[in-house]
Ligand binder design. Structure first.
Ligand SMILES: C[S@@+](CC[C@H](N)C(=O)[O-])C[C@H]1O[C@@H](n2cnc3c(N)ncnc32)[C@H](O)[C@@H]1O
Length: 291
């Protein structure tokens, strides 16, 4: 490491320590390369000369803290992202959900909400609407605002339409959107079953017990220690036999919870929580399985 890069690392540590003390956002165990790149972009955009100058800036100006948060959080997402993943959910997990009296789903790190809307559309089509509740959370308050607005640029509609059909959609995507100027807006009824809220996977607690948790393309930004901590939270938030879905490039291998799940789909990184003998199964199929 050269002298400059060493100094930058010291400045980064001081910045994120200060942010933790003032705002309680904890980025101290995020993967360094991406964090540094994004912090430097923030420094440039704010017209600052160094990472060190960002310390008083974010401490005394909370609006600039939100801008930094928005820069650090990578909100890339899309409707029915990884279409084969959604096909797998539709064909292999929905039949299990259909045996449950209710189904609670958590999209953890939902960015601008497309994943939660994909889930809502799929469950609507699979007849699970009345018993569904989807909680969609993200650390980024700007992204959460966009979730509620549910606007899609018209330029993305063609790709989303393709995704929707490849994912097994059995109607037309146009049934779920209305055109509003340069945007398409997802129809408000889809929000009836979704609760969008700010939640920090690093510093906040578990808030419910879920049948499915999607935490896709979030943990890639964390170091191994932080991954373990968040896996603990996810594990505590899943009911027995609940499903955990990670992103395509993520896995449970080498995490402390590797043995707490069976692998349901290695291709799509879907895992099923195993139960200990004193836990009670929830779904009808699971009761049959245990007989
Ligand atoms: C690449 S997006 C993934 C979106 C969606 N899950 C998907 O796969 O399409 C990663 C999201 O994780 C969120 N994130 C990062 N750190 C987080 C944390 N500590 N708690 C909650 N969300 C976090 C970011 O704000 C960002 O919106």
């Amino acid at each position: 490491m050269n002298n400059n890069s060493q100094l930058e690392t010291i400045e980064m540590n001081l910045l994120f320590d200060a942010i933790y003390r003032k705002y309680h956002y904890d980025f101290r165990n995020y993967s360094q390369a991406s964090l540094k790149r994004r912090t430097k972009r923030f420094v440039k955009n704010e017209g600052l000369n160094s990472i060190a100058e960002a310390i008083p800036k974010v401490l005394y100006d909370s609006a600039s803290m939100i801008r930094l948060l928005n820069e650090i959080s990578v909100t890339v997402t899309s409707l029915f992202r990884d279409t084969e993943f959604w096909q797998t959910i539709r064909h292999t997990i929905v039949p299990t959900l259909q045996t449950y009296p209710s189904c609670r789903i958590w999209c953890a790190g939902c960015a601008t909400g497309e994943e939660a809307y994909s889930m809502a559309i799929m469950l609507y089509e699979c007849g699970l609407w009345e018993r569904t509740r989807i909680y969609a959370t993200d650390i980024n308050p700007v992204a959460i605002e966009q979730c509620n607005a549910a606007r899609i640029p018209l330029t993305d509609i063609e790709e989303y339409n393709k995704n929707y059909h490849c994912a097994g959609g059995n109607a037309a995507l146009s049934d779920y959107v209305t055109i509003d100027g340069e945007y398409a807006a997802l129809k408000p009824f889809l929000r009836d079953k979704i609760v969008f809220s700010q939640h920090n996977l690093v510093t906040d607690e578990s808030f419910n017990e879920f049948h499915i948790i999607l935490c896709r393309n979030v943990l890639i930004y964390f170091n191994n220690e932080l991954k373990d901590r968040v896996h603990n939270l996810l594990h505590n938030s899943l009911c027995p036999f609940g499903f955990l879905a990670l992103g395509k490039k993520e896995s449970l291998t080498s995490t402390t919870h590797e043995k707490s799940y069976t692998c349901f789909s290695n291709t799509h990184k879907i895992y099923k929580k195993t139960i200990t003998s004193n836990q009670t199964p929830q779904g009808f199929d699971e009761i049959l399985l245990r007989r």
